[in-house]
Design a protein around this ligand. Sequence first.
Ligand code: HAM
Length: 405
Amino acid sequence: MQPLPGFRDFYPPDFAFRQLLFSRWREICRRFNFVEYDGPVLESLELYQKKSGEEILNQIYHFLDKGNRIVALRPEMTPTLARMIEAHYKEYKKPIKWFSIPQLFRYERAQKGRLREHFQLNCDIIGEADLEADIELMNLAIDILRSFGLGKEDFIVRISDRQFWSEFLTKKGVAIEEWYQFFQAIDKIERDPKEEIERRLGGLAKEVFELIEKPCYWERFDVVLEGLRHRKLEEYARIDLRIVRGLAYYTGIVYEIFDKAGKFRAIAGGGRYDDLLKLFGGEDIPAAGFGMGDVVLGEILKEKRLLEPSFPRLDVYVVFPEGKKNALGLLLIEQLRSSGFSVEFSFHPLKMKKQLAQAQSLNARFALFVTEKIAEGFVELKNMDERKQFVIPVEQLVGFLEKKE
Ligand code: HAM
């Protein structure tokens, strides 16, 4: 039996890769003073109906639980974060800088870069309306990608502003209820045929295409680009009005990060969502953030061989020369493990040669021979790299192994 389509098994090498990716994410978030949180994997469907937008709603895994509640596997983290923050907003110093690495579930057509489950680093700043927070988030996303060895020739942050389009739509007298459909059309501009987009944009099509194709002046873009320039990051970003984001809740600066070669789906996406928290508690709380998935990033890092996990070495392989285990040897194994060393031995009786072969195949630093000398407080130790063997008092063993770390 296979896992379900779009779901992954993580065999140890895959798991090691995932852990290394996560530890890098955590490390860079820490440098920007973000702290980690998590929420439940299962939420009420209503949470997403409040504001995620049609696209995600169509992809939700939902079902009736035994208490007749309609529940959903989380398809994104932002509504959970909004709910959590709203409930305890006053207790935290502002701005709140939080990150999380949830596993998310979306019933999408499984394809390259898109699965039905993925892990997504979410970084959000809550309680800060200044554009400086949006710049800080972009800076963080860029630094994360750079920390893996990706450079400006590998990826680009494409930045836009929903306020630009809101102003455009207001001037054109488009009713607010129709804005979401407009954003959806722009969001699909690179994927769907031009005629289809033109049909959806109707009378606005010509002007929209003109705006998208030629550079335009918009003060907020200048502020963002200048912020990036000060950090010498301007070459990682460019303004691109085709980015509006598929999710309904964004209100301000939005961005998506793509590989420069255009081979993959988006690496990350985010933006400002100043009205979302109001839906939960009525209070005006500005917020901005982004999500970066593990699937596309993982594919890129594997292709470029930029993240290759190594397994830690086994410290000690304990050899019982006669093949028979004895109490003093087993106690020693237990003591070494309690002192923090990784220790392995054969569960069933084996010839000494075979035990040594196992030590070799496990890449052990030392083979430790438990002979009858253990009764007098001595063991034999073999350095597997230098192939040197010597006798050592048991009480000096921990100190010796530590020195050799
Ligand atoms: P999103 O654009 O839906 O945003 O997802 C962010 C990133 O998650 C994408 O760029 C992609 O790397 C990854 N991703 C999304 N869906 C899949 C999938 N089916 N398979 C693999 N990877 C996927 C959000 O979810 C927002 N809630 C992010 C955010 C946080 N906005 C503000 N704060």
